[in-house]
Write a protein that binds this ligand. Structure first.
Ligand code: SF4
Ligand code: SF4
Length: 304
């Protein structure tokens, strides 16, 4: 109908400059991740805490942790040097919403000095219902949530614990809380008209068969893009917390699941599993040009 066409047109405009949300945009627009959020409130069995959050980032990478002020300075320096920079995201190295003061302070500083940069956030979703109002106030237009299951029994194999309201919940109990908060989070994003991308880490033998169900549920709850990413499991990343010997899927296995879901909704197939401090166009990471000792020496034309 013409209403649907109009909606799709509006959506296209909204994502036109976001390299992750729009496949066309990723050739032309750049993003910056700033690593300001070290803590996490859950334990994924595939996460090795020495490295960046494996839900949004490339496992086995250690990003340089910044304070909100350092991160804002870095963003403004880079905005001056890379004119295609349209998006500033916080994706780790832990969970941004497990570090709310650092995360929101960073966004506030950048929004104030460079209001044209779009803000985006990745989270496991546990604290999303709690912070939805602040996310809205800050005009954060895009949120990525990692949803690996909609069945707490499967969740119990993926998460060893969930820390919520000052208590640690293990097994199914923990997975159930995470699941409920993720579903509430999807609803809250929809009501706030914030675009939601869902990442799912595909873990062979654990949730690979289950991801088509995940896809149906997230679609029915308003997520508009689904990014099924392979578990990257390599010996040099160290032993996974609870999935010792777990292999990652082959590219072919990932494609089969993506194709099974593609009838239902748009699938993201150009994700590069970037670092928590990635800089530049997707696929041309320039993080090493902007390490802390380098960018702290640079000045920006915006004054901070
Ligand atoms: Fe690690 Fe999972 Fe927390 Fe990300 S959400 S930092 S993968 S435990
Ligand atoms: Fe985009 Fe994927 Fe990189 Fe995140 S990890 S910035 S979604 S390409």
């Amino acid at each position: 109908s013409s209403a649907t066409v109009e909606m799709e047109e509006k959506l296209k405009q909204r994502i036109a400059q976001h390299p992750c949300y729009s496949e066309e945009a990723h050739h032309h627009y750049a993003r910056l991740h700033v690593a300001v959020a070290p803590a996490c409130n859950i334990q994924c069995n595939y996460c090795n805490r020495k490295y960046d959050c494996a839900n949004e980032s490339r496992p086995g990478v250690v990003s340089e942790l910044l304070t909100p002020e350092e991160a804002a300075h870095k963003a403004l320096v880079i905005a001056g040097k890379i004119p295609q920079l349209t998006v500033l995201g916080i994706a780790g190295p832990g969970d941004p919403l497990a570090n709310p003061e650092k995360t929101f302070r960073t966004f506030e500083l950048i929004a104030e000095k460079a209001p044209d940069i779009k803000l985006c956030l990745s989270t496991n979703g546990l604290m999303l219902p709690e912070y939805i109002d602040r996310i809205k106030q800050l005009n954060i237009d895009h949120v990525t949530m990692t949803i690996n299951m909609i069945d707490p029994e499967i969740g119990a194999k993926i998460y060893s614990w969930v820390h919520y309201n000052r208590k640690r919940y293990r097994g199914i109990e923990g997975a159930k809380i995470l699941h409920e908060k993720q579903m509430e989070g999807l609803q809250a994003l929809k009501e706030a008209d914030i675009l939601c991308k869902v990442n799912s880490v595909m873990i062979p033998g654990i949730n690979d068969q289950h991801l088509t169900e995940v896809n149906q549920v997230i679609r029915s709850k308003g997520a508009f893009l689904h990014n099924i990413m392979p578990l990257i499991s390599a010996p040099e990343h160290g032993t996974h917390f609870g999935l010792t010997g777990q292999r990652g899927p082959t590219p072919k296995e990932v494609k089969v699941v993506q194709d099974n879901c593609a009838g239902n909704m748009k699938m993201m197939r150009h994700c590069r599993q970037c670092r928590a401090d990635a800089v530049g166009l997707l696929g041309e990471d320039r993080s090493q040009e902007f390490t802390k000792d380098k960018f702290m020496e640079m000045t920006s034309e915006y004054d901070l």
